[in-house]
Design a binder for this molecule. Structure first.
Ligand code: ADP
Ligand code: MG
Length: 698
């Protein structure tokens, strides 16, 4: 994090943590280890619960165990007779008497705190011990005149080793005092409409909840602080987007000649959604700004055709296009699917992967550099340093979730100002989409090509695997084809491989030589290809595979999908796998084998898949059941970690933040209006480094 240029008002919040009450150098180190490094971090560490400490007349009608606060008269002290036994103090409230219990007590100290015959306010957890009410180590002991020191509702903070609630309470109070008055960055109309407090009020309220509702995510103060976080994030993405679009793009306008030739040769008509997306992309490519667009569409929605239209537009405009796929299998499949179409239109389409070596590779690179190859498909090999294009106008990235955000960023660098189209087949909930791709424009394929037959999904216990194999034999005898996906044993490709090889041998023993194929990530590329080819051609009828077939693989005649240990996969992954069938006219079946005992959540997750084929619904459910990071895979997701905002439950806020951020930048691109300046402070407050770099150079 850079410090240069930080607004002066924020200095106190970015100073030393030890400046806060109750925090010495040692505690500062402890907290630093959990990323609470400065007063600002303390401010954004909100209580996650609260304890009701309203004064009650008596403990008598309390359902133990429960936390209560009562006024008592202190009675007899019973020091521990034997070491290790507790020290007891009998007290009496308005209706009943009970005992305070102390272990390792110091009698003289207790006598000072609780002098016999005097009145005290005590607060703590009442428990029953052998039917007798007692309170072990009260949380608070106060004289009647100091009763106000016990908060009626006490915030409970997430704790870390070596840090107590009392310390957190004290330190957060002192951080709130330190918080400067900040000018409002939220649109005043929106603020009024939502009924949110100002930032300063929100911070104070969030740390001083007065009831249990106030620690819920629906509390206005919390919503506001969550919104601030999302708004800062969206402002960063909007700034990046504005910057992208300011960077000169290429005007790639085609005459449609190649596209109409290809469409005429297709055995089907594009869906309305494909037409719409293709037009959005063509318009964007024809504009002067550089395109940075996401094409989202569920498995089987026909993204490839839309990509081809865009690639042909680049060619019509006199340039080249490239499409990158995440795996060799997919790149090859694109080659096989697209080359005939391209050829009919007289367009030269080639494949480049890591396997191209020597003279052949040199020749391809040469043809690229001179513009002879017009469309290149391949793996990440297409972006190696020595791959030079004659006039690259469009880069398409297929199945983006395999690449990660960082690589997407690097993409643009290749073609000087090439348009970028990213395609993702993982339907992700809107809030995550906005968090991850908020800087991009989005086209959606929300319609599937006609003639698809729904896939029947069944859950089957692994113990019935013999019946599954018997049914499969009957199906294969009828000429049907089947994928058999082996479990993710651990996060190790090696064990996946062993599982797949094992299953392969067993099935081969049942079905006989030549019927069963095998494909997994550890196979030599040529064998992988051969296995895929044989299956696609119908030479083999059962393909045993690991999740290498998860994305994009298209063999329309395959109508049965068996997934072993389905419970070990993510929902999105299962949805992707299932998407490999139901592509032809035959009735398709997906059998999810699970290992008993299946946990309650495990069963619920699989049930969702059984009931729905709607990728977006599945993704929403997945998000609700797991965390945001898990859905995309935190490590490679580039998804920001929010301290307060909750993407699962505050999805609406993210959409609001995006439109608000984009509007602000339209009205005030340099952030120089009073609201713009306030927003700059927010970016600093939220440590949005990327945005800060963008505004400092702008
Ligand atoms: P995905 O969006 O998963 O990448 P694909 O582009 O692989 O989907 O398309 C899946 C299948 O649907 C392919 O076999 C493709 O030829 C076919 N397809 C694409 N568009 C249409 C359409 N408009 N009508 C009928 N079939 C189509
Ligand atoms: Mg695809």
């Amino acid at each position: 994090m850079t410090d240069k240029g930080r607004p002066e008002v924020l200095f106190p919040l970015f100073g030393a943590l030890a400046k806060l009450d109750g925090i010495g150098p040692k505690t500062a180190v402890t907290l630093g280890a959990v990323h609470i490094e400065k007063p600002r971090d303390m401010l954004f560490t909100l209580p996650h619960a609260g304890i009701d400490r309203q004064l009650r007349p008596s403990i008598r009608n309390v359902q133990a165990p429960a936390t209560v606060t009562v006024e008592v008269e202190v009675g007899k002290h019973t020091p521990n007779a034997v070491k290790g036994r507790p020290y007891r103090v009998t007290v009496e409230d308005a209706e009943t008497s009970f005992q305070l219990v102390f272990f390792h007590a110091r009698g003289d100290w207790l006598k000072k705190q609780l002098p016999t015959g005097q009145r005290r306010i005590i607060s703590g957890k009442i428990e029953l011990f052998d039917g007798i009410a007692q309170m072990v180590h009260p949380d608070h002991i106060a004289s009647v005149t100091d009763a106000a020191n016990i908060p009626a509702f006490e915030p409970v903070y997430p704790l870390h080793a070596g840090v107590t609630q009392k310390l957190m309470f004290k330190a957060t109070r002192s951080a709130i005092e330190m918080a400067p008055d900040l000018a409002e960055w939220i649109d005043p109309n929106a603020l009024a409409k939502e009924g949110w407090p100002s930032w300063n009020e929100a911070i104070a309220q969030a740390h001083s909840p007065t009831n249990i509702d106030a620690v819920m995510f629906t509390d206005p103060a919390r919503l506001r602080l969550a919104y601030d976080e999302l708004f800062a994030h969206q402002l960063t993405l909007a700034l990046a987007r504005a910057q992208d679009r300011k960077a000169k793009g290429r005007v790639s306008e085609g005459n449609g000649a190649l596209r109409s030739k290809v469409l005429k040769n297709l055995p089907y008509k594009p869906t309305g959604a494909q037409d719409r997306a293709a037009n959005e992309i063509a318009d964007d490519m024809a504009g002067p700004a550089r395109m940075n667009r996401l094409l989202q569409g569920d498995v089987g929605s026909g993204k490839t055709l839309v990509a081809l239209m865009a690639l042909l537009t680049a060619v019509e405009a006199g340039g080249q296009g490239v499409m990158m796929a995440p795996t060799e299998i997919l790149a090859r499949q694109h080659l096989e699917g697209l080359r005939p179409l391209a050829q009919d239109a007289g367009v030269v389409l080639e494949l480049l992967t890591g396997r191209d070596k020597g003279a052949e590779r040199v020749a391809k690179l040469d043809a690229l550099a001179t513009g002879k190859i017009q469309i290149l498909v391949g793996t990440h090999a297409v972006f190696q340093k020595d791959v030079v294009f004659h006039d690259l106008r469009l880069a398409v990235v297929d199945e983006q979730h395999r690449f990660g955000v960082a690589q997407r960023m690097e993409l643009g660098a290749k073609g000087q100002a090439a348009d970028v189209l990213v395609m993702t087949a993982t339907p992700i909930p809107r809030s995550l989409e906005l968090a991850q791709y908020g800087d991009m424009d989005v086209s959606v394929l929300d319609e599937k090509p006609p003639g698809r037959t729904p896939v029947t999904t069944a859950l089957v216990a692994t113990s019935k695997i013999d019946q599954v194999v018997a049914r499969l034999q009957a199906a294969v005898a009828e000429g049907r084809q089947c994928y058999w996906v082996c479990p993710l044993v651990e996060e190790s490709e090696l064990s996946d491989m062993t599982a797949a090889e094992d299953r392969f041998k067993r099935l081969r023993a049942v079905f006989g030589e030549g019927v069963v194929g095998l494909v997994h990530g550890q196979l030599p590329p040529a064998e992988k290809d051969a296995a895929m080819k044989a299956f696609a051609a119908g030479e083999t009828q059962v393909l045993v595979a690991t999740t290498v077939i998860e994305v994009g693989v298209n063999v329309p005649n395959a109508s049965i999908m068996v997934i072993e240990r389905a419970e070990s996969f993510g929902l999105a992954q299962l949805h992707q796998l299932r998407g490999r069938v139901g592509r032809g006219s035959a009735q398709s079946t997906c059998l999810m084998l699970y290992q008993n005992p299946l946990s309650e959540t495990g069963r619920r997750r699989l049930e969702i898949l059984r009931q729905s084929e709607d990728g977006f619904r599945i993704a929403e459910e997945d998000l609700a059941m797991r965390g945001a990071g898990d859905v995309i895979g935190t490590a490679q997701s580039g998804l920001p970690r929010f301290m307060i905002a909750d993407l699962e439950r505050q999805a609406g806020l993210m959409a609001l933040a995006q439109s608000d951020a984009r509007t602000l930048l339209t009205q005030d691109p340099d952030l120089t209006s009073p609201r713009g300046i306030a927003a700059r402070v927010l970016l600093w407050l939220m440590e949005q480094d990327r945005a800060i770099r963008l505004i400092s150079v702008g």
